[in-house]
Structure formats: structure tokens, C-alpha cells
Design a protein around this ligand. Structure first.
Ligand code: NDP
Length: 330
């Protein structure tokens, strides 16, 4: 087995020598266990938080431990009654070639319905994140305006498409003309604002003439401030991520427009996808149905280069170098 282990806690962006690849014999599965040959590893913005010290929603990856990751692969040997060799699975399998699982938080997936890598993307955790954050917290109503940042990405791309299914107006915020064109022309959003063009407030106002009812927050910083200034009365802000600050090396200031929360009586609520575990089967069923009907488009950005490439590929997320759900093919 080849496994990527955490060697040191990074300062700022991750570096190659924060990790090391360790070669060890691939263990045979014990009683009630099965072994997966991992084909695709998911790169998630949250990974930067998982290797940082200090309190978060999960304990940090320990130094010397295999890097935590969602991944998808094929069962290659099994002593577990529920999983047979040859079956495709996705779950928390780690950044490694062979993973042993007892089946906890590991799901069988159907590669005839969608390519394997999509089950760690739009049909997996990022899709569930969009679904729960938007529908449970954002609660978009027909005719309302929903804005989402990181709109071309794994989560954001689905947020806008689900908002459209619910009869809302969907407006994305993304970096660069190519991503914005994709968001409108391919994904069917009503508009997309290029925050790198330098006129964020004015462009957002033009794209949202009736103000903003729901802001699905993925980024934080200046984008959050610009949106806060245009929120409508009783608006909702599901706080899903704050990617602009994940590599910060100094404390990050809060929004200067905090007052908008008071005067507009906004509901601002953070959430983690795992909060909705009891409804996960419903989410998967609905996402799968919309996908089968062609109402949810999904795009994966598949990178090669093996475990060595992991740190560089991960960093693409924080510079906008990815275009779609970022995965590493092993
Ligand atoms: P994406 O596929 O959206 O990739 C990340 C994107 O973020 C980049 O492509 C880039 O897009 C944008 N970005 C990066 N840095 C900045 C910046 N400084 N300013 C503005 N935009 C930036 O990733 P995901 O869909 O996987 O994740 C999106 C968000 O959802 C993240 O914040 C993540 O932490 C969060 N998340 C939260 C979960 C939860 O349970 N709460 C679960 C899963 C994800 P661009 O080129 O457009 O700038």
C-alpha cells in the first residue's frame, strides 16, 4: 500500500514536505472488514482545516496519520456480509491506494448511473451539502433571489441549479469570464458576477435588481461584505464555507457590514453536512433523481500524478485553479 501521511502542520498553503508517502504492505481485511482499491480521492477545501491545530468540528488529523479524505474505489477482498469484491463504494477511505473499512460511512455506489468520481462529487458529500444548506437553511421561495459564491464549484454549482428547480432566481459569483459563462450557459443560472472584474458591488446590484433573499456563503471576506449590503428583509444566509480565509496566517477580520444582520433581521446559520445525517437517504434519492432527469449538471476536474501530486492539487482549490469538483485519480 502507498499512503499519504501528515508530516507537519502547514503554515499558510500546504507544501509537499508537509506530507510523506509511506509504503507498507496492504493489510488483509479482518472479520467484518473489507478492502477497497481506491481509484479517486476527493480534494475538499475543508482539508486545510483538518490538518490545522485547534478546535474544529472534527479532531485534526494526527501527525504521522494517513490524510483523511473521501474517496471512491472498488472492493477487492471482503469478510463483510454487506460488501462483495467488485462492488464500487465511496466513503472516508483516506489518501491511500488500499483502504480497510468496516462499512461505517461507506456506501455502495452505482457506476452505471454515473462515473465513479461523481459519487464523491455532486452525487456525494458536496451534493448533499448544497442540498441541505440551501433547502434546510436557505429555504428559497419561488421568485426569490438566491446568490451563491464559488458558483462554478462542486457545491455552488448545485446550489444554483437546485434554487432554479425550486422556482427561485439564481445568481452566481465566480472568478473569471470562463467560469461565469459556464454558470449561466451550461448550468442555467440567471446571471453570474465575476468578482475578479473589479466592480463587485455594482455588478451584483445589476444582477440582483430586487435585492438578495438567500446568500449561500462559500467564501467570506469582501464577497460577504458586498452581499450583506444588498440583503433583503428577513433574508437567510447558510454559512457553508469561508474558503478565502482557510490559509490565513493572521487573524481575519469579520464583516464590516455586520449591521445588515440587525437592520434586515437576517438569519445567519452555519452548518456542516453531517448535521443532517438522518435525512441523507432522502437527499441522495432526490439528487439522484434530478441527475437522472438531466436537471442537475455536474462537472469533475480530474487530476493525475498520484499521491505525490496531492499537495499541489489541493492548493488549486484556494487559488481557483480548479474548474468543477476536484479529484485526484490514483
Ligand atoms: P469548489 O469546487 O467550489 O472549489 C473552491 C473554489 O473556491 C475555487 O474554485 C474558487 O472559485 C473559490 N475560491 C477560492 N479562494 C477564493 C477566494 N479567496 N475568494 C473567492 N473565491 C475563492 O469547492 P467545494 O465546492 O468543494 O467547496 C465550496 C465551499 O463549500 C468551501 O468553502 C467548502 O469549505 C465548503 N464546504 C462546506 C461543507 C460543510 O459541510 N459546511 C461541506 C463541503 C464544502 P473561483 O475561481 O470562482 O474563485
Amino acid at each position: 500500500n502507498h499512503a499519504l501521511k501528515l508530516r507537519s502542520r502547514p503554515d499558510g498553503m500546504v507544501k509537499r514536505d508537509d506530507f510523506e508517502i509511506v509504503e507498507e504492505p496492504a493489510r488483509e481485511p479482518g472479520d467484518g472488514e473489507f478492502r477497497v482499491k481506491v481509484e479517486y480521492v476527493s480534494l475538499d477545501p475543508a482539508m486545510r482545516g483538518w490538518i490545522a491545530p485547534g478546535k474544529s468540528y472534527v479532531p485534526p488529523v494526527e501527525l504521522g496519520a494517513t490524510m483523511r479524505a473521501f474517496a471512491a474505489g472498488i472492493v477487492d477482498s471482503s469478510n463483510h456480509p454487506g460488501f462483495r469484491p467488485g462492488e464500487a463504494v465511496a466513503g472516508m477511505l483516506g489518501v491511500q491506494r488500499y483502504a480497510i473499512s468496516k462499512g461505517e460511512r461507506c456506501f455502495k455506489v452505482d457506476p452505471s448511473r454515473a462515473p465513479l468520481e461523481r459519487w464523491i462529487g455532486g452525487l456525494g458529500m458536496p451534493g448533499q451539502t448544497a442540498y441541505f444548506g440551501l433547502l434546510e437553511i436557505g429555504r428559497p421561495q419561488p421568485g426569490e433571489t438566491v446568490v451563491v459564491s464559488a458558483a462554478s464549484g462542486a457545491v455552488g454549482s448545485l446550489v444554483g441549479q437546485i434554487a432554479k428547480i425550486k422556482g427561485s432566481r439564481a445568481v452566481g459569483i465566480a472568478g473569471g469570464p470562463e467560469k461565469c459563462r459556464y454558470v449561466v450557459e451550461e448550468l442555467g443560472f440567471d446571471a453570474c458576477v465575476d468578482y475578479k472584474a473589479g466592480n463587485l458591488a455594482a455588478d451584483l446590484r445589476a444582477a440582483c435588481p430586487d435585492g438578495i433573499d438567500v446568500y449561500f456563503e462559500n467564501v467570506g471576506g469582501e464577497i460577504l461584505d458586498a452581499v450583506l449590503a444588498q440583503m433583503n428583509l428577513f433574508g437567510r444566509i447558510p454559512v457553508c464555507g469561508l474558503i478565502s480565509a482557510y490559509n490565513a496566517t493572521a487573524p481575519v477580520a469579520g464583516p464590516t457590514n455586520f449591521r445588515s444582520i440587525l437592520v434586515n433581521r437576517l438569519t445567519v446559520r452555519g452548518f456542516i453536512v453531517f448535521d443532517f445525517q438522518e435525512k441523507i437517504a432522502d437527499a441522495n434519492e432526490q439528487l439522484g433523481a434530478w441527475h437522472a432527469e438531466g436537471r442537475l449538471k455536474m462537472r469533475e476536474d480530474v487530476r493525475e500524478g498520484g499521491l505525490e501530486a496531492f499537495p499541489d492539487v489541493l492548493n488549486l482549490l484556494y487559488t481557483g485553479g480548479n474548474f468543477g469538483k476536484l479529484v485526484l485519480k490514483l
